[in-house]
Design a protein around this ligand. Sequence first.
Ligand code: HEC
Ligand code: HEC
Ligand code: HEC
Ligand code: HEC
Ligand code: HEC
Length: 182
Amino acid sequence: MKKLIGAFVALAAFGALGAYIVVQARHIGYNQGYQPDQPVKFSHKLHAGELKMDCQYCHFAADKGRHAGIPPTELCLNCHTQVKTNSPEIKKVQEAVDSGENIQWNRVNFLPDYAYFNHAQHVNVAQLDCKQCHGPVDEMEIYYQHEKLNMGWCINCHREKDIAPPEDHKRASGGDCQKCHY
Ligand code: HEC
Ligand code: HEC
Ligand code: HEC
Ligand code: HEC
Ligand code: HEC
């Protein structure tokens, strides 16, 4: 009971936002290894690995803004009006486009709402390779989340890159909390 009251007081002291953050973090964060089934058997190993397609051919917004984006299904037909048209998997692609819809891919990576991440800052400005954050995607038959994507992961790299020398707590976190939280 004493423990419970202690925990309750600590939680109250942490504040409503803190509690919200903790609850959300428990549910959303730390999905390392997450590999949901996808509606079409799309393989990065085949397209990005064997066929050596550039990541940004499909994820063309990665150097422009916050999200790298999932390609519109129409883009697949650049090749698949000719290639493997008899495959049941490609028929699903064609049917989606014919009915004016996009395939509903299951989202894998995502940060809680209270954290801000911007692809352009990392891909365009910092010139990082996708693999540094997403792992060996070109070897993945079915995509899975390779890294933890927790706060420590962000900050470790910022430290390594000397964005924030670890002298004081605030700077050790990559500078202002507001850079990633608002
Ligand atoms: C032919 C188009 C195509 C190419 C090329 C491609 N991708 Fe993808 N990517 C997709 C599609 C479609 C999805 C959604 C289905 C899935 O998760 O497999 C996706 C999903 C992803 C995701 C997960 C998105 C989420 O839900 O969080 C990441 C990360 C990703 N791709 C990174 C890469 C990287 C890195 C490369 C280059 C090595 C690459 N992709 C090359 C089409 C492509
Ligand atoms: C630049 C051309 C190109 C683009 C764009 C492309 N593919 Fe492919 N895709 C291929 C080639 C080539 C193959 C392999 C064909 C073979 O096995 O001979 C293939 C194979 C596939 C297969 C396996 C089919 C089977 O039954 O063997 C699927 C599924 C697939 N692609 C889905 C997609 C999806 C979904 C997209 C869009 C996100 C996409 N492709 C975009 C070229 C492309
Ligand atoms: C510095 C780390 C980092 C780099 C570099 C990076 N990503 Fe991401 N990526 C993330 C994080 C973190 C998320 C989750 C973002 C969110 O939920 O707001 C993400 C999400 C995604 C998604 C899901 C949809 C979206 O845009 O949010 C795709 C697709 C993706 N990344 C592709 C790529 C590709 C392709 C590259 C290289 C051109 C790349 N990423 C480079 C960290 C990175
Ligand atoms: C480089 C970006 C970045 C900076 C700077 C940053 N955070 Fe975070 N923080 C994140 C991300 C991403 C998450 C969500 C993932 C997770 O739960 O670890 C998060 C989660 C959190 C959480 C909830 C999960 C946990 O670890 O308890 C709290 C509380 C938090 N941050 C507080 C802070 C404070 C306070 C500062 C400033 C001293 C700060 N953050 C600076 C990126 C950052
Ligand atoms: C693999 C290394 C790496 C990882 C992982 C990484 N970052 Fe960064 N980040 C960088 C680099 C390098 C820059 C500097 C870009 C520049 O030159 O302005 C940067 C810049 C930033 C900035 C711009 C503000 C500043 O301090 O310059 C924000 C905000 C940011 N990152 C948030 C995040 C968040 C949130 C995560 C985790 C979800 C994350 N980063 C993960 C390397 C990384």
